[in-house]
Design a protein. Structure first.
Lengths: 290, 290
């Protein structure tokens, strides 16, 4: 069995582990806080890689932000990582080959190889968290577009400029389908400000009608977005992941989508490649591309 | 030089011509009214093919409706063609190989090979007519999805159920960006019912403020949809075709999209492969796929 070092670089922590070429983690998963400067991230990565260098074939990094089509450079969208992160020359961190890809794309790949969308050559993963991430697989290949950044789940859901999105545009899918979107929806319905997603979920459980309605509207917004994606991509399935996906009724979404879809019926699944699908997917994708 | 017979089957007419493998039409383009029954369409096609059979390598058909991934069968969305059209066994029409693909997909392919998106390996064509059609090219391949029907421009533009779309869902891009969408927008703004797109365009020219506003809102809706597609696909360019595209300011749309796009700047062009891009694209695509 051959191993790679999988590393997941997020805004709050860096996780890493040895992973075999079937995507199984061998031994411990280590975690450290993400350093506050690009230079410190660089030396952290060098130190981590040094420890494993003799036992691995390559290094696979899942990172926040957009990665280029050559999988060797971060090129954008790294608001939660320090300035200068984009300038790190990843290929110089080690003599071993370094493969890098966006974390949501890696997670989508893990679902396709060993998770909920296994063997679905056309599939779309949506990560419902504070924001919404995405990874799109077409004919067994990751959709990257001309620069590498394809799969941004920022398409308009309203023409009325109701919510400004984190991206600067108005009313993107992210601003309705994300955890923050749920909070805004609940505030619109209840009038309550400063609520958390847990206030909403727990409130709905004990019968708060406003919060029950907010969850329903939120889920419907997710379903509307998925319907559009189903008409554009005609995928075998959708996979929902992220901290918010457990509050979603995938069967109800699937029924809604298939009652309107123009292309052909699709499936909607909960993710099942687990919390480390980012680094696992990075290794599985690196296996094929390097 | 080798030739194929290109045929375009639309709801009102069937057009055909000899086309060489560079996409140039040789000789006349013939047109006949689309017969009212599937059986008559079948015998019309047989007769047309018979005339050319000895001079061609294959037959390439661009058709309204969805075509399967094997390019030999129409599988859906043929509201403007007779019942039974889907059951035609195209491969039995002749001993020559028959290649069939959706007309919007064929037109997108013609733009990619010889038109406005030439050499743009990632491009999206939008046909703005009575409805909105589309063809999406990713990495030099047509996006077909699992069944063959990908590229339907039916994604939500509003959460408020303002307009029911021809597809049965509410507020799809098509119901805002199409000619019919423009009419609805103009009616909303002016209060006038039963207006034509020419009333709107001509009225705007002579200073009708309502119609000027309607055209502006309509164009903005097109731009909003394109922004979402740019974030999803990160294409090199968009190509606008169809009877309505001449009323659109592509430079203004491009500026709007690029001021918000998250992936990377894109281009927006007018189509230039001409009125017969459907049959030309069918031949050029058939050249590669059969």
């Amino acid at each position: 069995m051959n191993f790679a070092l999988g590393i997941d670089i997020g805004g709050t922590k860096v996780s890493y582990a040895l992973i075999d070429n079937n995507g199984a983690i061998k031994g411990d998963i280590s975690k450290v806080a993400t350093p506050k400067s690009a230079r410190e991230i660089e030396s952290l990565l060098k130190n981590i890689i040094l420890k494993f260098e003799n036992n691995i074939e390559f290094v696979a990094i899942a990172t926040a932000g957009t990665v280029n089509n050559e999988n060797d450079k971060v090129i954008g969208s790294t608001a939660n990582l320090p300035i200068g992160y984009k300038d790190i020359n990843f290929s110089e961190l080690s003599d071993k080959k370094i493969f890098i890809e966006n974390d949501a794309n890696c997670a989508a790949w893990a679902e396709y190889k060993i998770g909920a969308s296994k063997d679905c050559k056309n599939s779309i993963m949506l990560t419902l968290g504070t924001g919404v991430g995405g990874g799109i697989i077409i004919n067994g290949k990751l959709l990257k577009g001309k620069s590498g950044g394809a799969g941004e789940m920022h398409f308009v859901m309203s023409r009325n400029k109701r919510r400004q999105c984190t991206c600067g545009a108005w009313d993107c899918f992210e601003s309705y389908a994300s955890g923050n979107g749920l909070k805004l929806t609940a505030t619109e319905i209840s009038g309550n400000e400063n609520i958390t997603t847990y206030d909403i979920v727990d409130g709905a459980k004990v019968g708060n009608e406003d919060y029950k309605k907010a969850l329903k509207v939120w889920q419907n917004d997710i379903a509307l977005g998925i319907l559009g994606l189903a008409n554009l991509f005609d995928p075998d399935c959708f996979v929902l992941s992220g901290s918010m996906e457990k509050f979603v009724d995938v069967e109800e979404i699937e029924r809604f989508v298939n009652s309107y879809v123009l292309t052909s019926p699709t499936k909607v699944y909960h993710a099942k490649a687990g919390n480390y699908s980012g680094m696992i997917g990075a290794v599985l994708l690196g296996n094929e591309l390097i």
